[in-house]
Ligand binder design. Structure first.
Ligand code: G3H
Ligand code: 13P
Ligand code: ZN
Length: 318
C-alpha cells in the first residue's frame, strides 16, 4: 500500500476513542524499531520528520528508509508527516516531495498571521490531497529547532479562538496547547494537563481531530538506566501515561512522541557501554537500542488504545 493521509485514521480514532501514535524518525534503527512494534500490534502509524531530522540525516535518506518500511509492510496504513514546518515554503517542498501530511506551525505569529500562513498551506496541500495540521497556542520546551515558552499554563489554546482559527484556515487537525511541552523536562512540580481545554474545543468543534505534542512520558525504566550508567537526567519528567490515555479517549487523535524514543535508545546504548566496555561493534549497541524502541512503542500503542486498529482504518478507505 502507498502512504495514506490522516483523514480516515483520525475519523476512526475520533469515533472510537483512541489516538494514533506519531513517532519522530531520525535514523534507520529508530524507524525499524517503530515499524516492528506497529506490525506486531497492527496499529495505523504516523512517521514524522522534523527540521532537525532533515538536517541530521537528509531528506533523501529518511525518505528512502520510510519507502522501505512502507514496501515491507503493505498491510499497514502509514502517513509520512512533516513535523513543525514553520514556513509555507518548507510545507510546499514536503508536499512536492510526497509527504501525505504536513504540519504548519505558525503559532509564534499573531493570530491573524497564523491563519493567513496556515490558509496558504491548506490551499496548496489540499490541491495535492495532503492533510494539514496547524497549531494554535504555544507549547513549552526547547528542542533543537522548536523553541517553546517557559510557562506552558500561560499560553493554553483558547477554545473560541480555536473555532475561529479552524473555520478561517481550513486546517484538517489542530495541535493544541494543553499543558504539555517538548523534551524531557516538562514539569517542575506535579504534572497536570488542561483537559478542560481539550473538552472545551471538542464541544465547540465536534468531530474535529486535535493533536497533542510533547507527549513523551519520560519512562522511569529508561530514565533510571540513563542515570545509573553515567547519564545525568535526574529532574526529567514527562506526561503520565494515564493522562495520555485519558486524552486519547477524548478529541486527541494524534499523540507526538520523540523524547521517549531518544531516551530508550540512549539508555540501552549507555547500558551496553557500561556493561561491556570492550564492545565497539555498533550493531551490538544499536541492536539492543532498536529492540528497546520496539518494546517501548508496542507499549505506547496500548496506552493510546490503538492496538488492532489497522482493519477499521483500511475498511474506511482513504
Ligand atoms: O517537536 C520536536 C521534536 O522532538 C523534534 O525535535 O527538531 O530536535 O528533531 P528536533
Ligand atoms: P516529546 O518531546 O514529548 O517527545 O514531543 C515530541 C513532539 O511533540 C514532536 O513534535
Ligand atoms: Zn511537537
Amino acid at each position: 500500500m502507498a502512504l495514506v493521509t490522516t483523514k480516515k485514521m483520525f475519523e476512526m480514532a475520533y469515533k472510537n476513542g483512541y489516538a494514533v501514535g506519531a513517532f519522530n524518525v531520525n535514523n534507520m534503527e529508530i524507524t525499524q524499531g517503530i515499524i516492528a512494534a506497529i506490525a506486531e500490534e497492527k496499529a495505523p502509524l504516523i512517521l514524522q520528520i522534523s527540521r532537525g531530522a532533515r538536517k541530521y540525516a537528509s531528506m533523501s535518506y529518511l525518505r528512502a528508509i520510510i519507502d522501505v518500511a512502507v514496501t515491507e509492510n503493505p498491510d499497514i496504513p502509514i502517513v509520512m508527516h512533516l513535523d513543525h514546518g514553520d514556513t509555507f515554503e518548507i510545507c510546499k517542498q514536503c508536499v512536492d516531495d510526497g509527504f501525505t501530511s504536513v504540519m504548519v506551525d505558525a503559532s509564534k505569529h499573531p493570530f491573524k498571521e497564523n491563519i493567513e500562513i496556515t490558509k496558504k498551506v491548506v490551499e496548496y496541500a489540499h490541491g495535492h490531497n495532503v492533510a494539514v495540521e496547524a497549531e494554535l497556542g504555544q507549547l513549552g520546551g526547547i528542542e533543537d529547532d522548536v523553541v517553546g515558552v517557559d510557562d506552558v499554563t500561560k499560553y493554553l489554546t483558547d477554545p473560541d479562538e480555536a473555532v475561529e482559527f479552524v473555520r478561517a484556515s481550513g486546517c484538517d487537525s489542530l495541535a493544541v496547547a494543553c499543558g504539555t511541552s517538548h523534551g524531557a523536562y516538562k514539569f517542575k512540580t506535579e504534572p497536570k494537563l488542561a483537559f478542560d481545554v481539550i473538552q472545551g474545543i471538542s464541544e465547540k468543534l465536534p468531530g474535529f481531530p486535535l493533536v497533542m505534542h510533547g507527549s513523551s512520558s519520560v519512562l522511569a525504566e529508561f530514565k533510571d538506566l540513563i542515570n545509573k550508567y553515567g547519564g545525568a537526567m535526574p529532574d526529567a519528567m514527562g506526561v503520565p501515561e494515564q493522562a495520555i490515555c485519558q486524552a486519547a479517549k477524548m478529541a486527541i487523535c494524534k499523540v507526538n512522541i520523540d523524547t521517549d524514543l531518544r531516551m530508550a535508545l540512549t539508555a540501552k546504548i549507555r547500558q551496553v557501554f557500561a556493561e561491556k566496555p570492550g564492545e565497539f561493534d555498533p550493531r551490538k549497541y544499536l541492536g539492543p537500542a532498536r529492540t528497546a524502541i520496539k518494546d517501548m512503542v508496542a507499549h505506547k500503542i496500548k496506552v493510546l488504545g490503538c492496538v488492532d486498529k489497522v482493519g477499521e482504518v483500511l475498511a474506511a478507505g482513504d
